[in-house]
Write a protein that binds this ligand. Structure first.
Ligand SMILES: NC(=O)c1ccc[n+]([C@@H]2O[C@H](COP(=O)([O-])OP(=O)(O)OC[C@H]3O[C@@H](n4cnc5c(N)ncnc54)[C@H](O)[C@@H]3O)[C@@H](O)[C@H]2O)c1
Length: 263
């Protein structure tokens, strides 16, 4: 497709998922070698195989991002396969049961933090040194519009996504001198298997997620992947420590209805 990411080697956590997989496919089309990391070996294998079949370069690695040794091993696999790492995308996340603080089980709260937040920290912990050794690069962490506003019963998910954004600002400050940029993407309502699973139907998903006010549609995995390719590339060379909302205007207008002004 293009050459935005020629010579890059990208490690992508949650790379077997809808958005992570879309990012892996787009990065490969832009010339990057991709290391598809996922807790599901099958999902990682599927995405990597598809990329390799279509002429790209991909390696699948099974990793639970909440386990330090597995994150370290994933980085080592990337180095063994491609000799360097220039780019890290953290797209893994878990969906925890809804509830208020009285009803959320501690184990579910802790798992959300472990996967959505600590997992990202651990992947950064074991990858940043390799990106520095490569002479610099970029990190793209996937947050969410739900890190900008709350949803009832989803304190764990919403808090971890807000935390991802603030963590990434500090990461950008710490690693700017090493020529490593770090940014987040906050996807809004994106059509994925996971949102369908969560909300049951597209109509219910649209209702709950407050869709329809600005662009009047949900987003696609490809639209998130395009933003990630941009942020990972030299096109975004002076962009670091920021959040790019790929949300169709969801966070610009969070009302219940929009009456268009007509003169
Ligand atoms: N779908 C949306 O509308 C939407 C909106 C905003 C933000 N997001 C964010 O985008 C990212 C991807 O979401 P998605 O919709 O593609 O979901 P998804 O479930 O398809 O992808 C998440 C992937 O993470 C993997 N994963 C889960 N736990 C893991 C662990 N411990 N270690 C490694 N991998 C693990 C899963 O196997 C899955 O493949 C997530 O961070 C999510 O919070 C999604």
């Amino acid at each position: 497709m293009g050459s935005l990411l020629t010579d890059r080697v990208a490690v992508i956590s949650g790379g077997g998922g809808d958005i992570g997989g879309g990012i892996a496919r787009r990065f490969a089309l832009e010339g990057a070698a991709v290391v598809v990391c996922d807790i599901s070996q099958t999902k990682a294998d599927t995405v990597a195989a598809e990329i390799n079949r279509s002429g790209g370069r991909a390696t699948a690695v099974c990793v639970d991002v909440s386990k330090p040794a597995e994150c370290e091993a994933a980085a080592a696999r990337a180095i063994a396969a491609y000799g360097k790492i220039t780019t890290l995308v953290n797209a893994s996340a878990t969906v925890s049961p809804d509830g208020n603080v009285e009803t959320i089980q501690l184990v579910d709260w802790q798992r959300a933090l472990e996967v959505n937040f600590t997992g990202m920290f651990l992947m950064c912990k074991y990858v940043m040194g390799h990106i520095r050794t490569a002479g610099g690069g970029a990190v793209v962490n996937i947050a969410s519009s739900h890190g900008h506003f709350g949803l009832p019963g989803r304190s764990a998910y919403c808090s971890t996504k807000a935390a991802v954004m603030h963590f990434t600002r500090v990461l950008a400050i710490d690693y700017g001198p090493d020529n490593i940029r770090a940014n987040t993407i906050s996807p809004g309502p994106i059509d994925t298997e996971r949102s369908l699973r969560r909300y049951g139907s597209r109509e219910n998903s649209n209702r709950v997620r407050g869709i329809g006010q600005v662009l009047g549609r949900t987003g696609t995995v490809e639209e998130v992947a395009a933003a990630a390719a941009f942020l990972a590339s030299e096109e975004a060379a002076f962009i670091t420590g920021t959040d790019l909302r790929v949300d169709g205007g969801q966070t610009a207008f969070k009302g219940s209805s929009l009456e268009r002004y007509s003169s």
